[in-house]
Design a protein around this ligand. Sequence first.
Ligand SMILES: [Mg+2]
Length: 308
Amino acid sequence: MPGEFEFIDWLRARQTPSARVPVPAGDDLAALRFEAGDGLILVGVDQILDGVHFDARLHAPERIGRKAMNRNLSDCAAMACLPTAATLSLALPRGLPIDWTKRLYEGIEAAGLAFDCPIIGGDTGVWDGPLAVTVSIIGRAGEEMGQTSAAKTAAKTIPPVRRSGAVAGDRVYVTGPLGGSILGRHLDFVPRVREARELVARHRISAMIDLSDGLSRDVAHLARESSVGIVLNAAAVPIHGDVARLNDNRAPLDHALHDGEDYELCFTGEGGIASAIEVGRVVAEPDVWIEFNGQRQPLTKGAFEHRL
Ligand SMILES: [Mg+2]
């Protein structure tokens, strides 16, 4: 079986445009509009699998549950939309203790409620395979967060940010240091929903993605969807303190570029955004590069790809 991304390309080619699906596939969430004039509904689904995204023998069920919900919330952040509700599907290994399962659920639920996103439905099945947790999320492109209802009515609607809006001359940013998430941050991250909303309220943000596959791969997604190139500045890529604790033979920058599951945001937009870390620039020529002391070289897409 070829890689995951080849399969996704095949799926995308089969999608037919329609009035109710005004935005083609290619973003962190799908977009749906029931009637002309309605706001966009954003919909996404994400699964985590025992042995791939967590280890049920090692990790506390609450942490696994939080990760399942927070990956979906991170996809909402990637489009700067507001999480609204979620549904849940659990494939439960036969014999899993009920108390453990309840703690798993409580982790999912608490992560959602931290962003005003309740679980509104779901399904469970018991089988002889490993635990799989699938959360589907519904978001809205809405008013700014935390406002009173009167202010909400008057507030401007913030449209979802897509991956396809980057233009040559834009700067490239990340919201935090990268690499070494395997030490625990891949389970315990905070989705950048609030940061995304603040960014789009204050600045011109042209394209955005959450860093799940690794910076090298995720900037390539932005470049491809926007039909532009991206040049990263090696000296500017922020390296998380966890990388030093890994104590392996790989260069720290290699971890920051290629490790997955940082769940920071990577976005393009106007220059001078002080609340994020500028790591590169958008250029017209399509491809991705990394620059060392002004010398460009192709950015190898070394991050992991889930195997089907
Ligand atoms: Mg994503």
